[in-house]
Write a protein that binds this ligand. Structure first.
Ligand code: NAP
Length: 454
């Protein structure tokens, strides 16, 4: 894929970039090696000072960074501003907590002294997606750099201006040259990078296919990998739930980021006695969404990030309809420039059809009617994915069962699924492995060294 910024709301090419040559990549790899060797001796307090400066830059320039994101990938501007603010939060969180997370852990054994020491691994390659082009990078970079690792970012080819802006933030914040670098390269270079001895480990957020490909290359080199992949999160509503709050949250949980979020609620699983009422309210709220220019503050639903995503989503919906699904609202591309798709609800999805299991990466809700909680849990788990799950009930026993039995990296009761810097984030099954955020996130790319002094 060419490395270029194309405005998804208009189709206009904003800027194109030439991919790095092999010798330019070599220079950056060498710089990153030197930066790691020098940088691991810098104190945690110095790193924290730089990380706080990065947070301050994000806060000061949030309007400018948000505009870059919206113009490159079409996210409504309100969401883009919130994303920059959250990046500042993750920088401050690790600046303030790294010393606690990385302190030696004394362990009582028969040694005269024994403890665990956390040490950095080296250069970490981060292969990142376009959908949260700042947040995905910062949630990797803040813990990694505080731990003393160095970062090499291979960002999605449609968000090069975001990638360069992020590199610039870390440089301006004071991190020495080479500690965080952007590599403007296509996906075809990822295997070569993984094979390079100067790269110690890798993280990828993106599709299952990309994750499998990177993990295979890293497996051959015995290199540690964290994978944050797709999801088809259930949103279960049981009869004791507060219906109005559940429906209002359902709209937000499905439409966030124009429907292009890994943890978006995608399958709405509702018990029969309230399913028609839920469906009716959802239709009304989808119809009321303001679709349009994502740079306007009151826009709810903007364009999809690329023409290919639009094409894929349109194909999935038309196949589902061919298989017998019923359209409650939407179901078409919008007849206007840009990659716009209608807010859509599909129901009566035939059991066993692809729509039941696939991820719909856009503003399309799948509505399922079930008899009871047993059927709800069974259907929720009947997917290759296991990222998040949201469930709505005011019954304590039901709540306990949902927490225990839903196969997901996160279960949220009476709330939409969201990431919080203080809690681990990640999936199971085909949604990936490893965790970001919290104390678990900073330990992923560390040598957890056992020290025993006899
Ligand atoms: P994608 O095509 O997999 O792209 C993600 C990144 O991987 C890009 O930098 C891309 O580079 C690179 N890439 C693509 N193919 C590759 C390969 N064979 N080897 C190595 N790298 C490769 O993902 P997407 O379609 O843009 O993003 C949407 C997917 O990401 C959805 O499934 C979504 O659920 C998932 N996602 C998951 C999370 C999470 O935290 N679990 C968060 C956000 C998104 P190019 O752009 O150069 O192709």
């Amino acid at each position: 894929m060419a490395i270029s910024s194309i405005n998804p709301a208009t189709g206009e090419t904003l800027k194109t970039f030439t991919a790095l040559t092999d010798s330019e990549i070599e220079t950056k790899l060498e710089l990153s090696k030197q930066a790691f060797e020098k940088g691991r001796k810098t104190s945690l307090s110095k790193r924290a000072e730089w990380m706080q400066a990065a947070a301050a830059l994000l806060e000061q320039n949030k309007a400018q960074y948000a505009q870059i994101m919206t113009l490159e990938m079409g996210k409504p501007i309100q969401g883009a501003i919130a994303e920059v603010e959250k990046c500042a939060v993750v920088c401050r969180y690790y600046a303030e907590n790294a010393a606690k997370f990385l302190a030696d852990v004394p362990t009582f054994t028969d040694a005269s002294s024994s403890f665990i020491r956390y040490q950095p691994l080296g250069a970490i390659l981060a292969v990142m997606p376009w959908n949260f082009p700042f947040w995905q990078v910062f949630r990797f970079a803040a813990p990694a750099l505080m731990a003393g690792n160095v970062g090499l970012l291979k960002h999605a080819s449609n968000v090069p201006q975001c990638a360069l802006a992020i590199e610039d933030i870390f440089t301006q914040a004071g991190f020495p040259p080479g500690v965080f670098q952007t590599l403007l390269v296509g996906a075809d270079k990822v295997s070569d990078l993984i094979n390079d001895d100067r790269i110690a480990a890798a993280t990828l957020t993106g599709s299952e296919a990309a994750g499998a490909s990177l993990a295979a290359a890293a497996g051959k080199q015995i290199k540690k990998v964290v994978l944050e992949l797709g999801g088809s999160d259930p949103f279960i509503v049981l009869s004791s739930a507060d219906l109005e709050t559940a429906v209002t949250t359902a709209v937000k949980a499905r439409m966030l980021n124009n429907g292009q979020s890994c943890i978006a609620a995608k399958r709405f699983i509702v018990v029969a006695e309230i399913a028609d009422g839920f469906g009716q309210k959802l239709v009304e709220k989808f119809a009321a969404l303001k679709v349009g220019d994502p740079t306007q503050l009151d826009t709810d639903l903007g364009p999809l990030a690329t023409p290919n995503i639009l094409k894929d989503l349109d194909y999935q919906v038309s196949q589902a309809v061919k298989d017998g699904a019923k359209v409650l609202i939407g179901g078409q591309k919008l007849d206007r420039p840009g990659n716009y798709y209608e807010a859509t609800i599909l129901t009566d999805i035939p059991p066993g059809s692809p729509a039941e299991k696939e991820e719909f990466f856009g503003p399309v809700a799948l509505l399922f009617k079930v008899a009871n909680i047993d059927e709800a849990i069974k259907l929720a788990n009947d997917t290759p994915f296991g990222l998040g799950a949201s469930a709505w009930t005011n019954n304590g026993e039901e709540s306990d069962r949902l927490i225990d039995e839903l196969e997901a990296g996160a279960v949220f009761i009476n709330s939409m699924v969201k990431s919080d810097v203080r809690m681990p984030f990640g999936g199971i099954k085909k949604s990936g492995y490893g965790r970001e955020l919290g104390s678990q996130g900073i330990h992923e790319f560390m040598n957890i060294k056992t020290v025993w002094v006899s």
